[in-house]
Design a protein around this ligand. Structure first.
Ligand code: DGT
Ligand code: CA
Ligand code: CA
Length: 598
Protein backbone atom coordinates (compact mmCIF):
# COMPACT_ATOMS: atom_id res chain seq x y z
CA UNK A 1 0.00 0.00 0.00
CA UNK A 2 3.02 2.27 0.15
CA UNK A 3 4.01 4.48 -2.71
CA UNK A 4 7.41 3.95 -4.22
CA UNK A 5 9.91 6.65 -4.91
CA UNK A 6 10.02 7.69 -8.56
CA UNK A 7 12.43 5.20 -10.18
CA UNK A 8 15.95 6.48 -10.38
CA UNK A 9 16.68 6.15 -14.01
CA UNK A 10 16.57 7.97 -17.25
CA UNK A 11 13.03 9.16 -17.84
CA UNK A 12 13.97 11.58 -20.56
CA UNK A 13 11.53 11.83 -23.49
CA UNK A 14 14.11 10.25 -25.82
CA UNK A 15 14.24 7.07 -23.79
CA UNK A 16 10.48 6.90 -23.58
CA UNK A 17 10.03 7.04 -27.32
CA UNK A 18 12.34 4.08 -27.97
CA UNK A 19 10.59 1.19 -26.27
CA UNK A 20 13.26 -1.37 -27.06
CA UNK A 21 15.79 0.41 -24.90
CA UNK A 22 15.90 -0.95 -21.37
CA UNK A 23 18.06 1.42 -19.35
CA UNK A 24 18.44 -0.98 -16.44
CA UNK A 25 16.70 -4.18 -15.61
CA UNK A 26 13.70 -3.48 -13.43
CA UNK A 27 12.76 -6.23 -11.02
CA UNK A 28 9.27 -7.69 -10.95
CA UNK A 29 8.78 -6.22 -7.50
CA UNK A 30 9.42 -2.70 -8.82
CA UNK A 31 6.81 -3.12 -11.53
CA UNK A 32 4.50 -4.61 -8.92
CA UNK A 33 5.06 -1.58 -6.68
CA UNK A 34 4.00 0.75 -9.50
CA UNK A 35 0.89 -1.40 -10.08
CA UNK A 36 0.08 -1.17 -6.37
CA UNK A 37 0.47 2.62 -6.54
CA UNK A 38 -1.84 2.72 -9.54
CA UNK A 39 -4.41 0.63 -7.66
CA UNK A 40 -4.19 2.96 -4.64
CA UNK A 41 -4.56 6.06 -6.76
CA UNK A 42 -7.41 4.58 -8.82
CA UNK A 43 -9.15 3.75 -5.59
CA UNK A 44 -8.85 7.33 -4.41
CA UNK A 45 -10.19 8.42 -7.78
CA UNK A 46 -13.17 6.13 -7.13
CA UNK A 47 -12.49 4.07 -10.24
CA UNK A 48 -14.20 0.80 -11.13
CA UNK A 49 -13.43 -1.77 -8.39
CA UNK A 50 -12.71 -4.47 -11.00
CA UNK A 51 -10.08 -2.31 -12.59
CA UNK A 52 -8.48 -1.63 -9.19
CA UNK A 53 -8.48 -5.31 -8.35
CA UNK A 54 -6.89 -6.15 -11.70
CA UNK A 55 -3.84 -4.03 -10.82
CA UNK A 56 -3.58 -5.52 -7.35
CA UNK A 57 -3.81 -9.05 -8.70
CA UNK A 58 -1.24 -8.31 -11.38
CA UNK A 59 1.13 -6.94 -8.72
CA UNK A 60 0.73 -10.16 -6.73
CA UNK A 61 1.29 -12.30 -9.81
CA UNK A 62 4.44 -10.40 -10.70
CA UNK A 63 5.87 -10.75 -7.20
CA UNK A 64 5.26 -14.48 -7.22
CA UNK A 65 6.51 -15.02 -10.75
CA UNK A 66 9.85 -16.71 -11.22
CA UNK A 67 10.60 -15.08 -14.56
CA UNK A 68 12.02 -11.58 -14.57
CA UNK A 69 9.68 -10.01 -17.10
CA UNK A 70 11.91 -7.05 -17.94
CA UNK A 71 14.73 -9.42 -18.87
CA UNK A 72 12.46 -11.17 -21.36
CA UNK A 73 11.41 -7.81 -22.74
CA UNK A 74 15.05 -6.70 -23.05
CA UNK A 75 15.76 -9.83 -25.04
CA UNK A 76 12.71 -9.21 -27.21
CA UNK A 77 11.05 -12.43 -26.06
CA UNK A 78 7.30 -12.70 -25.48
CA UNK A 79 5.98 -12.73 -21.92
CA UNK A 80 4.72 -16.08 -20.67
CA UNK A 81 1.03 -16.42 -19.80
CA UNK A 82 0.63 -14.91 -16.35
CA UNK A 83 -2.65 -15.31 -14.57
CA UNK A 84 -4.76 -12.14 -14.63
CA UNK A 85 -2.41 -10.28 -16.96
CA UNK A 86 -4.07 -9.60 -20.30
CA UNK A 87 -3.10 -7.44 -23.23
CA UNK A 88 -3.67 -4.11 -21.47
CA UNK A 89 -1.57 -4.96 -18.41
CA UNK A 90 1.10 -6.58 -20.59
CA UNK A 91 1.36 -3.27 -22.42
CA UNK A 92 1.83 -1.46 -19.12
CA UNK A 93 4.54 -3.94 -18.10
CA UNK A 94 6.37 -3.28 -21.37
CA UNK A 95 6.07 0.46 -20.84
CA UNK A 96 7.44 0.27 -17.28
CA UNK A 97 10.20 -2.16 -18.18
CA UNK A 98 11.45 0.08 -20.96
CA UNK A 99 10.89 3.56 -19.53
CA UNK A 100 10.78 3.06 -15.77
CA UNK A 101 7.17 4.22 -15.44
CA UNK A 102 3.90 4.35 -17.34
CA UNK A 103 1.70 7.20 -18.52
CA UNK A 104 -1.28 6.12 -16.41
CA UNK A 105 0.79 6.19 -13.23
CA UNK A 106 2.15 9.59 -14.10
CA UNK A 107 -1.30 10.87 -15.02
CA UNK A 108 -2.69 9.73 -11.66
CA UNK A 109 0.20 11.24 -9.77
CA UNK A 110 -0.21 14.58 -11.49
CA UNK A 111 -4.00 14.88 -11.58
CA UNK A 112 -4.64 13.91 -7.97
CA UNK A 113 -3.45 16.41 -5.34
CA UNK A 114 0.23 15.73 -4.61
CA UNK A 115 -0.35 15.60 -0.86
CA UNK A 116 -2.50 12.47 -1.20
CA UNK A 117 0.59 10.52 -2.16
CA UNK A 118 2.15 11.55 1.14
CA UNK A 119 -1.01 10.69 3.03
CA UNK A 120 -0.79 7.15 1.67
CA UNK A 121 2.63 6.80 3.25
CA UNK A 122 1.19 7.23 6.74
CA UNK A 123 0.84 4.00 8.68
CA UNK A 124 -2.81 2.90 8.97
CA UNK A 125 -3.84 4.97 5.96
CA UNK A 126 -4.62 2.72 3.04
CA UNK A 127 -6.20 3.96 -0.15
CA UNK A 128 -9.76 3.29 1.11
CA UNK A 129 -9.29 5.55 4.10
CA UNK A 130 -7.48 8.23 2.10
CA UNK A 131 -10.38 8.16 -0.34
CA UNK A 132 -12.85 8.90 2.46
CA UNK A 133 -10.69 11.61 3.99
CA UNK A 134 -10.33 13.23 0.58
CA UNK A 135 -13.91 12.97 -0.67
CA UNK A 136 -15.78 13.40 2.64
CA UNK A 137 -13.59 15.92 4.46
CA UNK A 138 -11.57 17.44 1.61
CA UNK A 139 -8.28 16.44 3.25
CA UNK A 140 -5.41 16.60 0.77
CA UNK A 141 -2.31 17.06 2.91
CA UNK A 142 -0.72 15.82 6.12
CA UNK A 143 -1.21 19.27 7.66
CA UNK A 144 -4.95 19.16 6.91
CA UNK A 145 -5.10 15.67 8.38
CA UNK A 146 -3.55 16.93 11.62
CA UNK A 147 -5.94 19.84 11.78
CA UNK A 148 -9.01 17.69 11.19
CA UNK A 149 -7.83 15.19 13.81
CA UNK A 150 -7.29 17.94 16.37
CA UNK A 151 -10.81 19.25 15.67
CA UNK A 152 -12.26 15.76 16.20
CA UNK A 153 -13.69 15.64 12.67
CA UNK A 154 -12.12 12.34 11.66
CA UNK A 155 -13.81 10.23 14.33
CA UNK A 156 -17.15 11.21 12.79
CA UNK A 157 -16.39 9.36 9.56
CA UNK A 158 -17.77 5.85 9.29
CA UNK A 159 -15.08 3.25 10.04
CA UNK A 160 -12.62 5.63 11.74
CA UNK A 161 -13.43 6.21 15.43
CA UNK A 162 -11.64 8.00 18.23
CA UNK A 163 -8.71 5.60 18.63
CA UNK A 164 -7.94 5.63 14.93
CA UNK A 165 -8.11 9.42 14.96
CA UNK A 166 -5.51 9.60 17.74
CA UNK A 167 -3.26 7.09 15.97
CA UNK A 168 -3.49 9.02 12.72
CA UNK A 169 -2.64 12.27 14.46
CA UNK A 170 0.49 10.75 16.00
CA UNK A 171 1.58 9.21 12.69
CA UNK A 172 0.85 12.40 10.77
CA UNK A 173 2.84 14.54 13.20
CA UNK A 174 5.80 12.22 12.68
CA UNK A 175 5.35 12.52 8.91
CA UNK A 176 5.57 16.32 8.89
CA UNK A 177 9.02 17.60 8.10
CA UNK A 178 10.30 14.13 7.32
CA UNK A 179 13.40 14.24 5.17
CA UNK A 180 13.44 12.59 1.81
CA UNK A 181 16.38 10.18 1.87
CA UNK A 182 17.17 7.34 -0.51
CA UNK A 183 19.12 4.11 0.03
CA UNK A 184 22.88 4.33 -0.46
CA UNK A 185 22.97 1.58 -3.08
CA UNK A 186 20.41 3.44 -5.19
CA UNK A 187 22.25 6.77 -5.14
CA UNK A 188 25.89 5.62 -5.16
CA UNK A 189 26.02 4.51 -8.82
CA UNK A 190 24.38 7.77 -9.94
CA UNK A 191 26.84 9.85 -7.95
CA UNK A 192 29.79 7.83 -9.18
CA UNK A 193 28.60 8.29 -12.76
CA UNK A 194 28.42 12.07 -12.29
CA UNK A 195 31.92 12.17 -10.77
CA UNK A 196 33.31 10.16 -13.71
CA UNK A 197 31.54 12.50 -16.13
CA UNK A 198 33.10 15.56 -14.46
CA UNK A 199 36.55 13.94 -14.47
CA UNK A 200 36.43 13.75 -18.26
CA UNK A 201 36.46 17.54 -18.56
CA UNK A 202 39.95 18.76 -19.49
CA UNK A 203 41.51 20.68 -16.62
CA UNK A 204 39.76 18.70 -13.90
CA UNK A 205 42.42 17.22 -11.63
CA UNK A 206 39.99 15.11 -9.60
CA UNK A 207 36.31 14.71 -8.88
CA UNK A 208 35.21 12.93 -5.73
CA UNK A 209 31.90 12.06 -4.17
CA UNK A 210 31.85 13.57 -0.65
CA UNK A 211 29.19 13.96 2.07
CA UNK A 212 27.16 11.08 3.46
CA UNK A 213 27.85 9.04 0.31
CA UNK A 214 31.57 8.99 0.98
CA UNK A 215 30.88 8.09 4.61
CA UNK A 216 28.67 5.31 3.21
CA UNK A 217 25.66 6.19 5.33
CA UNK A 218 22.72 3.83 4.79
CA UNK A 219 20.58 6.64 3.39
CA UNK A 220 21.54 9.73 1.48
CA UNK A 221 19.90 13.17 1.55
CA UNK A 222 21.78 14.69 -1.37
CA UNK A 223 24.84 14.09 -3.52
CA UNK A 224 27.91 16.22 -2.79
CA UNK A 225 30.64 16.30 -5.40
CA UNK A 226 33.96 18.02 -4.95
CA UNK A 227 36.06 18.90 -7.98
CA UNK A 228 39.65 20.09 -8.00
CA UNK A 229 40.36 22.29 -11.00
CA UNK A 230 42.55 25.33 -11.50
CA UNK A 231 39.92 26.99 -13.71
CA UNK A 232 36.49 26.49 -12.21
CA UNK A 233 34.19 28.10 -14.76
CA UNK A 234 33.82 25.24 -17.21
CA UNK A 235 33.00 22.70 -14.51
CA UNK A 236 29.68 24.22 -13.48
CA UNK A 237 28.60 24.54 -17.12
CA UNK A 238 29.64 20.96 -17.80
CA UNK A 239 27.52 19.66 -14.91
CA UNK A 240 24.52 21.70 -16.03
CA UNK A 241 24.84 20.16 -19.50
CA UNK A 242 24.48 16.64 -18.12
CA UNK A 243 21.36 14.99 -19.59
CA UNK A 244 20.06 13.77 -16.18
CA UNK A 245 19.70 17.27 -14.80
CA UNK A 246 16.14 18.52 -14.52
CA UNK A 247 16.54 21.94 -12.90
CA UNK A 248 19.30 24.25 -11.80
CA UNK A 249 18.57 25.45 -8.28
CA UNK A 250 21.58 27.73 -7.90
CA UNK A 251 24.81 28.37 -9.72
CA UNK A 252 27.89 30.46 -9.32
CA UNK A 253 31.49 30.40 -10.50
CA UNK A 254 32.66 27.68 -8.09
CA UNK A 255 29.44 26.02 -7.01
CA UNK A 256 26.11 24.78 -8.23
CA UNK A 257 23.07 23.00 -6.86
CA UNK A 258 20.98 21.06 -9.34
CA UNK A 259 18.08 18.66 -9.23
CA UNK A 260 18.32 15.35 -11.07
CA UNK A 261 15.31 13.96 -12.93
CA UNK A 262 15.09 11.34 -10.20
CA UNK A 263 14.38 14.08 -7.64
CA UNK A 264 17.80 13.88 -5.97
CA UNK A 265 19.74 17.11 -5.39
CA UNK A 266 23.41 17.46 -6.32
CA UNK A 267 25.70 20.02 -4.70
CA UNK A 268 28.86 20.71 -6.65
CA UNK A 269 31.84 22.55 -5.28
CA UNK A 270 34.91 23.42 -7.35
CA UNK A 271 38.16 24.24 -5.53
CA UNK A 272 41.78 24.91 -6.38
CA UNK A 273 43.88 21.71 -6.22
CA UNK A 274 46.04 23.41 -3.57
CA UNK A 275 43.17 23.31 -1.02
CA UNK A 276 41.58 20.07 -2.17
CA UNK A 277 42.43 18.09 1.00
CA UNK A 278 40.95 20.63 3.37
CA UNK A 279 37.83 20.99 1.24
CA UNK A 280 37.43 17.23 1.06
CA UNK A 281 37.63 16.90 4.84
CA UNK A 282 35.03 19.65 5.17
CA UNK A 283 32.57 18.33 2.57
CA UNK A 284 32.91 14.72 3.63
CA UNK A 285 31.71 15.65 7.10
CA UNK A 286 29.94 14.60 9.06
CA UNK A 287 29.06 17.96 10.46
CA UNK A 288 29.58 16.53 13.96
CA UNK A 289 33.04 15.24 13.02
CA UNK A 290 33.92 18.63 11.49
CA UNK A 291 32.92 20.43 14.64
CA UNK A 292 34.93 18.02 16.80
CA UNK A 293 38.14 18.38 14.77
CA UNK A 294 37.71 22.14 14.61
CA UNK A 295 37.51 22.22 18.41
CA UNK A 296 40.65 20.13 18.57
CA UNK A 297 42.38 22.63 16.26
CA UNK A 298 41.31 25.50 18.51
CA UNK A 299 42.78 23.77 21.56
CA UNK A 300 46.10 23.63 19.72
CA UNK A 301 45.91 27.29 18.85
CA UNK A 302 45.12 26.44 15.23
CA UNK A 303 42.28 27.33 12.93
CA UNK A 304 40.66 24.75 10.67
CA UNK A 305 38.49 25.73 7.72
CA UNK A 306 37.57 24.34 4.32
CA UNK A 307 40.73 26.10 3.05
CA UNK A 308 43.24 24.50 5.39
CA UNK A 309 44.84 24.36 8.83
CA UNK A 310 46.24 27.75 9.85
CA UNK A 311 48.47 29.12 12.59
CA UNK A 312 47.65 32.81 12.55
CA UNK A 313 47.80 33.59 8.80
CA UNK A 314 50.20 30.79 7.94
CA UNK A 315 48.71 27.77 6.19
CA UNK A 316 50.15 24.55 7.64
CA UNK A 317 48.29 22.05 5.49
CA UNK A 318 45.61 22.03 2.78
CA UNK A 319 46.47 19.94 -0.29
CA UNK A 320 45.69 16.43 1.00
CA UNK A 321 43.45 15.00 3.71
CA UNK A 322 46.44 13.22 5.15
CA UNK A 323 48.30 16.51 5.60
CA UNK A 324 45.27 18.17 7.20
CA UNK A 325 44.80 15.41 9.79
CA UNK A 326 48.53 15.30 10.50
CA UNK A 327 48.66 19.05 11.09
CA UNK A 328 46.04 18.46 13.79
CA UNK A 329 48.17 15.72 15.34
CA UNK A 330 45.87 12.98 14.06
CA UNK A 331 46.31 10.06 11.68
CA UNK A 332 44.07 10.03 8.60
CA UNK A 333 40.63 8.76 9.62
CA UNK A 334 38.60 6.65 7.18
CA UNK A 335 35.41 8.41 6.03
CA UNK A 336 33.13 5.68 7.44
CA UNK A 337 34.26 6.56 10.97
CA UNK A 338 33.80 10.31 10.70
CA UNK A 339 30.67 10.63 12.82
CA UNK A 340 32.06 11.95 16.12
CA UNK A 341 31.44 8.62 17.75
CA UNK A 342 34.78 8.33 19.50
CA UNK A 343 37.01 8.19 16.43
CA UNK A 344 39.05 11.24 17.42
CA UNK A 345 39.85 9.92 20.89
CA UNK A 346 40.69 6.52 19.38
CA UNK A 347 42.92 8.17 16.77
CA UNK A 348 44.74 10.13 19.49
CA UNK A 349 45.21 6.99 21.56
CA UNK A 350 46.52 5.13 18.51
CA UNK A 351 43.76 2.56 18.72
CA UNK A 352 41.61 3.12 15.64
CA UNK A 353 40.17 -0.26 14.70
CA UNK A 354 41.41 -2.28 11.75
CA UNK A 355 38.17 -2.38 9.80
CA UNK A 356 36.78 -5.26 7.80
CA UNK A 357 37.20 -5.04 4.03
CA UNK A 358 35.13 -6.52 1.23
CA UNK A 359 37.93 -8.94 0.39
CA UNK A 360 37.71 -10.42 3.89
CA UNK A 361 34.32 -11.98 3.17
CA UNK A 362 34.63 -15.67 2.41
CA UNK A 363 30.98 -16.48 2.07
CA UNK A 364 27.37 -15.38 2.22
CA UNK A 365 24.84 -17.11 4.43
CA UNK A 366 21.55 -15.85 3.02
CA UNK A 367 20.40 -16.32 -0.58
CA UNK A 368 17.37 -17.41 -2.59
CA UNK A 369 16.86 -19.15 -5.91
CA UNK A 370 13.98 -19.84 -8.27
CA UNK A 371 12.73 -22.41 -5.75
CA UNK A 372 11.25 -19.59 -3.63
CA UNK A 373 11.25 -15.93 -4.69
CA UNK A 374 14.67 -15.64 -6.32
CA UNK A 375 15.24 -15.09 -10.03
CA UNK A 376 18.12 -17.48 -10.76
CA UNK A 377 18.84 -21.18 -10.52
CA UNK A 378 21.01 -22.83 -7.87
CA UNK A 379 23.82 -23.22 -10.33
CA UNK A 380 23.63 -19.62 -11.53
CA UNK A 381 23.72 -18.37 -7.95
CA UNK A 382 26.65 -20.64 -7.10
CA UNK A 383 28.67 -19.41 -10.07
CA UNK A 384 27.83 -15.77 -9.37
CA UNK A 385 28.89 -16.12 -5.74
CA UNK A 386 32.16 -17.65 -6.87
CA UNK A 387 32.59 -14.82 -9.36
CA UNK A 388 32.09 -12.40 -6.44
CA UNK A 389 35.09 -14.02 -4.74
CA UNK A 390 33.19 -16.20 -2.26
CA UNK A 391 34.09 -19.74 -1.20
CA UNK A 392 30.73 -20.72 0.19
CA UNK A 393 27.10 -19.74 -0.15
CA UNK A 394 24.19 -20.82 2.01
CA UNK A 395 20.97 -21.39 0.13
CA UNK A 396 18.18 -20.26 2.42
CA UNK A 397 14.79 -20.41 0.74
CA UNK A 398 11.66 -19.14 2.44
CA UNK A 399 9.56 -21.65 4.37
CA UNK A 400 6.00 -22.73 3.69
CA UNK A 401 4.04 -20.05 5.58
CA UNK A 402 5.44 -17.29 3.40
CA UNK A 403 3.16 -18.12 0.50
CA UNK A 404 3.72 -14.85 -1.31
CA UNK A 405 7.36 -15.92 -1.79
CA UNK A 406 6.48 -19.51 -2.66
CA UNK A 407 7.89 -20.75 0.64
CA UNK A 408 8.97 -24.40 0.65
CA UNK A 409 7.15 -27.11 2.54
CA UNK A 410 8.96 -30.17 3.88
CA UNK A 411 8.81 -32.15 0.63
CA UNK A 412 10.04 -29.35 -1.56
CA UNK A 413 12.80 -28.47 0.89
CA UNK A 414 14.04 -32.08 0.96
CA UNK A 415 14.10 -32.20 -2.82
CA UNK A 416 15.94 -28.88 -2.87
CA UNK A 417 18.58 -30.27 -0.52
CA UNK A 418 19.17 -33.12 -2.96
CA UNK A 419 19.60 -30.57 -5.73
CA UNK A 420 22.23 -28.79 -3.65
CA UNK A 421 24.15 -32.07 -3.39
CA UNK A 422 24.02 -32.37 -7.17
CA UNK A 423 25.39 -28.84 -7.65
CA UNK A 424 28.11 -29.36 -5.04
CA UNK A 425 29.20 -32.49 -6.85
CA UNK A 426 29.33 -30.68 -10.19
CA UNK A 427 30.59 -27.14 -9.50
CA UNK A 428 34.18 -26.56 -8.37
CA UNK A 429 35.56 -23.74 -6.28
CA UNK A 430 32.43 -22.97 -4.28
CA UNK A 431 30.46 -24.92 -1.70
CA UNK A 432 26.73 -24.52 -1.28
CA UNK A 433 25.48 -24.91 2.26
CA UNK A 434 22.01 -26.16 3.06
CA UNK A 435 19.94 -23.67 4.93
CA UNK A 436 16.50 -22.19 5.16
CA UNK A 437 15.04 -18.79 5.95
CA UNK A 438 12.43 -20.14 8.25
CA UNK A 439 9.44 -18.04 9.23
CA UNK A 440 9.30 -17.06 12.86
CA UNK A 441 5.57 -17.44 13.49
CA UNK A 442 3.53 -15.06 15.60
CA UNK A 443 4.13 -17.04 18.79
CA UNK A 444 7.88 -17.41 18.16
CA UNK A 445 7.72 -21.01 17.00
CA UNK A 446 9.45 -21.95 13.75
CA UNK A 447 7.60 -22.82 10.57
CA UNK A 448 9.26 -26.24 9.98
CA UNK A 449 9.60 -29.32 12.19
CA UNK A 450 12.78 -30.13 14.11
CA UNK A 451 13.64 -33.27 12.21
CA UNK A 452 13.90 -31.18 9.04
CA UNK A 453 15.82 -28.29 10.61
CA UNK A 454 18.26 -30.79 12.12
CA UNK A 455 19.32 -31.93 8.65
CA UNK A 456 20.39 -28.46 7.56
CA UNK A 457 23.79 -26.80 7.90
CA UNK A 458 22.20 -23.67 9.28
CA UNK A 459 18.84 -22.17 10.15
CA UNK A 460 18.23 -18.52 9.40
CA UNK A 461 15.13 -17.22 11.17
CA UNK A 462 13.17 -14.19 10.05
CA UNK A 463 9.97 -12.25 10.57
CA UNK A 464 7.79 -11.35 7.60
CA UNK A 465 4.43 -10.94 9.33
CA UNK A 466 2.78 -9.44 12.42
CA UNK A 467 5.01 -6.39 12.44
CA UNK A 468 2.63 -4.51 14.72
CA UNK A 469 3.03 -6.52 17.94
CA UNK A 470 3.88 -4.60 21.10
CA UNK A 471 7.52 -4.25 22.10
CA UNK A 472 7.10 -6.92 24.75
CA UNK A 473 5.33 -9.38 22.45
CA UNK A 474 7.76 -8.85 19.60
CA UNK A 475 10.78 -9.29 21.88
CA UNK A 476 9.32 -12.46 23.43
CA UNK A 477 8.58 -13.78 19.94
CA UNK A 478 12.21 -13.40 18.87
CA UNK A 479 13.64 -14.68 22.15
CA UNK A 480 11.51 -17.77 21.85
CA UNK A 481 12.64 -18.32 18.26
CA UNK A 482 16.28 -17.95 19.27
CA UNK A 483 15.75 -20.45 22.07
CA UNK A 484 15.26 -23.08 19.43
CA UNK A 485 18.20 -25.48 19.45
CA UNK A 486 18.78 -25.35 15.68
CA UNK A 487 18.50 -21.57 15.35
CA UNK A 488 21.73 -20.08 13.90
CA UNK A 489 21.17 -16.57 12.63
CA UNK A 490 18.53 -13.88 13.02
CA UNK A 491 17.97 -12.26 9.62
CA UNK A 492 17.20 -8.52 9.24
CA UNK A 493 16.36 -8.22 12.94
CA UNK A 494 14.48 -4.91 12.73
CA UNK A 495 12.56 -5.63 9.51
CA UNK A 496 12.71 -2.00 8.45
CA UNK A 497 12.31 -1.08 4.81
CA UNK A 498 13.73 2.34 4.07
CA UNK A 499 10.90 4.78 3.27
CA UNK A 500 8.39 1.95 3.57
CA UNK A 501 8.33 0.31 6.97
CA UNK A 502 9.55 1.52 10.35
CA UNK A 503 11.84 -0.77 12.35
CA UNK A 504 10.12 -3.19 14.72
CA UNK A 505 9.51 -2.14 18.28
CA UNK A 506 12.06 -4.35 20.04
CA UNK A 507 14.10 -4.58 23.19
CA UNK A 508 17.28 -4.95 21.20
CA UNK A 509 19.66 -5.17 24.17
CA UNK A 510 17.65 -8.19 25.35
CA UNK A 511 17.91 -9.78 21.90
CA UNK A 512 21.64 -9.13 21.74
CA UNK A 513 22.17 -10.57 25.20
CA UNK A 514 20.17 -13.64 24.23
CA UNK A 515 22.19 -14.02 21.04
CA UNK A 516 25.39 -14.09 23.08
CA UNK A 517 24.03 -16.63 25.56
CA UNK A 518 22.70 -18.91 22.83
CA UNK A 519 25.67 -18.49 20.48
CA UNK A 520 23.45 -17.09 17.70
CA UNK A 521 24.55 -14.51 15.16
CA UNK A 522 22.78 -11.38 14.07
CA UNK A 523 22.59 -10.41 10.45
CA UNK A 524 23.63 -7.22 8.77
CA UNK A 525 21.40 -7.59 5.74
CA UNK A 526 22.82 -5.70 2.76
CA UNK A 527 19.69 -5.39 0.63
CA UNK A 528 19.53 -1.65 -0.22
CA UNK A 529 16.16 -1.05 1.42
CA UNK A 530 17.03 -3.09 4.50
CA UNK A 531 20.60 -2.39 5.70
CA UNK A 532 19.53 -4.03 8.94
CA UNK A 533 20.98 -4.05 11.68
CA UNK A 534 21.91 -0.37 11.71
CA UNK A 535 25.52 0.69 12.27
CA UNK A 536 25.23 1.69 15.93
CA UNK A 537 23.38 -1.50 16.76
CA UNK A 538 26.04 -3.64 15.08
CA UNK A 539 28.63 -1.83 17.11
CA UNK A 540 26.69 -2.48 20.29
CA UNK A 541 26.32 -6.17 19.36
CA UNK A 542 30.07 -6.39 18.72
CA UNK A 543 30.80 -4.77 22.09
CA UNK A 544 28.54 -7.37 23.68
CA UNK A 545 30.50 -10.16 22.02
CA UNK A 546 27.93 -11.16 19.39
CA UNK A 547 29.09 -12.14 15.91
CA UNK A 548 27.60 -10.30 12.96
CA UNK A 549 27.02 -11.96 9.60
CA UNK A 550 27.03 -9.70 6.52
CA UNK A 551 24.65 -11.21 3.98
CA UNK A 552 23.42 -10.12 0.59
CA UNK A 553 20.02 -11.84 0.92
CA UNK A 554 20.56 -12.26 -2.83
CA UNK A 555 17.47 -12.90 -4.92
CA UNK A 556 19.41 -12.73 -8.19
CA UNK A 557 23.00 -13.08 -9.33
CA UNK A 558 23.65 -9.32 -9.40
CA UNK A 559 22.71 -8.98 -5.72
CA UNK A 560 26.12 -10.14 -4.50
CA UNK A 561 27.15 -6.61 -5.51
CA UNK A 562 25.26 -5.38 -2.43
CA UNK A 563 27.78 -7.02 -0.12
CA UNK A 564 30.05 -4.01 -0.46
CA UNK A 565 27.38 -1.80 1.09
CA UNK A 566 26.94 -4.29 3.92
CA UNK A 567 30.68 -4.21 4.53
CA UNK A 568 30.58 -0.39 4.48
CA UNK A 569 27.89 -0.40 7.17
CA UNK A 570 29.97 -2.86 9.20
CA UNK A 571 32.92 -0.48 8.91
CA UNK A 572 30.71 2.35 10.16
CA UNK A 573 30.04 0.04 13.11
CA UNK A 574 33.78 -0.27 13.78
CA UNK A 575 33.71 -3.99 12.99
CA UNK A 576 36.89 -5.85 12.22
CA UNK A 577 37.18 -9.07 10.29
CA UNK A 578 37.18 -11.03 13.56
CA UNK A 579 33.71 -9.72 14.45
CA UNK A 580 32.09 -11.07 11.30
CA UNK A 581 31.19 -14.74 11.02
CA UNK A 582 31.41 -15.03 7.25
CA UNK A 583 35.04 -13.94 7.12
CA UNK A 584 35.87 -17.39 8.47
CA UNK A 585 37.10 -20.21 6.29
CA UNK A 586 34.57 -22.89 5.46
CA UNK A 587 36.26 -25.21 7.94
CA UNK A 588 36.06 -22.68 10.77
CA UNK A 589 32.51 -21.80 9.81
CA UNK A 590 31.54 -25.46 10.06
CA UNK A 591 33.09 -25.64 13.52
CA UNK A 592 31.01 -22.65 14.58
CA UNK A 593 27.83 -24.07 13.03
CA UNK A 594 28.19 -27.39 14.77
CA UNK A 595 28.68 -25.64 18.11
CA UNK A 596 25.77 -23.22 17.66
CA UNK A 597 23.21 -25.40 15.92
CA UNK A 598 22.70 -27.92 18.75
P1 DGT B 1 22.97 14.10 3.80
O1 DGT B 1 23.17 14.93 2.57
O2 DGT B 1 21.86 14.56 4.65
O3 DGT B 1 22.89 12.64 3.50
O4 DGT B 1 24.28 14.26 4.73
P2 DGT B 1 25.65 15.02 4.43
O5 DGT B 1 26.57 14.70 5.54
O6 DGT B 1 26.10 14.72 3.06
O7 DGT B 1 25.26 16.54 4.62
P3 DGT B 1 25.23 17.77 3.61
O8 DGT B 1 25.02 17.37 2.20
O9 DGT B 1 24.24 18.73 4.19
O10 DGT B 1 26.66 18.44 3.78
C1 DGT B 1 27.81 17.84 3.28
C2 DGT B 1 28.94 18.04 4.25
O11 DGT B 1 29.26 19.43 4.38
C3 DGT B 1 28.63 17.60 5.65
O12 DGT B 1 28.81 16.22 5.84
C4 DGT B 1 29.59 18.42 6.46
C5 DGT B 1 29.67 19.71 5.71
N1 DGT B 1 28.78 20.70 6.33
C6 DGT B 1 27.57 21.06 5.89
N2 DGT B 1 27.05 21.99 6.72
C7 DGT B 1 27.93 22.20 7.70
C8 DGT B 1 27.97 23.02 8.86
O13 DGT B 1 27.05 23.77 9.16
N3 DGT B 1 29.07 22.96 9.65
C9 DGT B 1 30.10 22.13 9.35
N4 DGT B 1 31.14 22.11 10.16
N5 DGT B 1 30.10 21.33 8.28
C10 DGT B 1 29.03 21.37 7.46
CA1 CA C 1 24.92 15.20 1.16
CA1 CA D 1 24.75 18.78 0.32
Amino acid sequence: MKLTAVPLQDLSPESRSSPARVTQVIGNHQIAAIFDDIADLLEIEDANPFRIRAYRNAARTLRASTVVVSELIARGEPLPKLSGIGADLSGKIHEIATTGDCALHQRLRTTLPAGLVELLSIADLGSKRVKHLYHDLGIETIEQLCQAAKQGRIRQLAGFGEKMEARLLRAAQKGIGREHRLPLAVVAPLAQGLAEYLKQLPGVASATVAGSLRRMRDTVGDIDILVAAAHSVGVVAHLINHPDIATVLAKGRTRASVMLRSGMQVDLRVVDPAVYGAALVYFTGSKAHNIAIRQRAQKQGLKLSEYGVFRAKKCLASATEDAVYHALGLPWIVPELREDRGEIAAALAGCLPTLIELGDLKGDLHAHTLASDGSNSLEEMALAAQEAGLEYLAITEHSRSLRIAQGLDVDRLLKHIDQIDVINAGVRGITLLKGVEVEILEDGSLDLPDDILRRLDLVVGAIHSHFGLTLRQQTQRLLRAMDHRYFTLLAHPLCRLINEREPLDLDLPAIIKAARQRNCCLELNAQPQRMDLFDLQCRYAMDEGVLICINSDAHRTADFGYLRYGVAQARRAWLGKQNVLNTRSLKDLRTFLSSSGG
